[in-house]
Ligand binder design. Structure first.
Ligand SMILES: NC(=O)c1ccc[n+]([C@@H]2O[C@H](COP(=O)([O-])OP(=O)(O)OC[C@H]3O[C@@H](n4cnc5c(N)ncnc54)[C@H](O)[C@@H]3O)[C@@H](O)[C@H]2O)c1
Length: 276
């Protein structure tokens, strides 16, 4: 019978907190400058990982690094466009040469452009697929070249994999494709001891959803945002929308030894919305 090795520290101490410790591990979080990515980077750092906060918006990534350092964690900021495979390779290679290894990759960067499919220009479809879907391929390929057994890739998908809504077709195609890449990478990298899973957040208060609070003049309107949040909350049996930390805790679980026998799985952090 083949069993997955568990570290001596975890086996001997059976201290539950230790199962979630990431001391000595190195993580990259893309889209780490905002929302779910910032929360994930902060939680992984709090668990002891050294975190590379990678984002198109370098200033935002630097802000995340400041938050992590204020809490006593270790992090560096890197600019990356996840839709550019060469830039993603540079990010991964730079991480290994600078920090010595790569154990965790969170393919999280994403954008949403809302438009009905019948009106969708080809270049917009390409952009949404490049940032949300091809990025998962490029990041995972680059990581697979350098990761050792015991490593983990986590892809931020979306609750849109379970629904169809007006104007989100390009985003849904990308995220559903991301689910397919998650499962296929899981079977292809499993024999090397690399796990690949997804987190599918429900409606979360972050950059992507805050765009919905912007009116025709380009102003963010809190009342408009709150109204939409109330509507989205009613689609969850828990009657609430998510905060970025909710998905970050799922990322922590999937990055840690606690999930050592979980691969090809998608955790739905949506308050049960896809059941009703
Ligand atoms: N907020 C939600 O309700 C929700 C729900 C389901 C899934 N998601 C997913 O969660 C992930 C994070 O989104 P968020 O909600 O935190 O939004 P956000 O806008 O707050 O954060 C996205 C981050 O990605 C960065 N980014 C965008 N394009 C990039 C690129 N080409 N290269 C590198 N970085 C890039 C942005 O600069 C930003 O910092 C996305 O994949 C999104 O699709 C969000």
């Amino acid at each position: 019978m083949t069993m997955i090795p568990i570290s001596e520290r975890t086996r001997s101490e059976m201290d539950l907190a230790n199962v979630f410790r990431l001391n000595g591990r190195v993580a990259i979080v893309t889209g780490g400058g905002s929302g779910i990515g910032r929360a994930s980077a902060t939680v992984l750092a709090a668990a002891g990982a050294r975190v590379v906060v990678a984002d198109l918006d370098e200033a935002a990534a630097e802000t995340t690094v400041s938050v992590i350092k204020e809490q006593g964690g270790e992090a560096v900021a890197r600019r990356v466009d996840v839709s550019d495979p060469a830039a993603v390779n540079v990010l991964v290679d730079g991480t290994v040469s600078g920090l010595g290894r790569l154990d965790i990759l969170v393919n999280n960067a994403g954008i949403m452009i809302r438009r009905p499919l019948a009106e969708l220009p080809p270049e917009e479809f390409d952009r949404v697929l490049s940032v949300n879907l091809k990025s998962v391929l490029y990041g995972s390929q680059a990581a697979a070249r350098v990761m050792a057994p015991g490593s983990s890739i986590v892809n931020t998908l979306s609750t849109i994999i379970d629904f169809a809504t007006v104007g989100t077709g390009s985003y849904a195609a990308a995220k559903k494709g991301g689910e397919a890449l998650t499962r296929t990478f899981a079977v292809e990298l499993g024999p090397r001891g690399i796990r690949v899973n997804g987190v599918a957040p429900g409606w979360t208060d972050s950059g992507i959803t805050r765009q919905r609070g912007v009116d025709d003049t380009g102003e963010f309107r809190q009342d408009r945002f709150d109204e939409l949040a109330r509507k989205m909350a009613s689609s969850s049996p828990l009657g609430a929308v998510a905060e970025p930390i909710d998905s970050a805790y799922a990322v922590l679980y999937l990055s840690s030894e606690a999930s050592r026998f979980v691969t090809g799985h998608v955790i739905r952090v949506n308050g049960g919305a896809s059941m009703v």
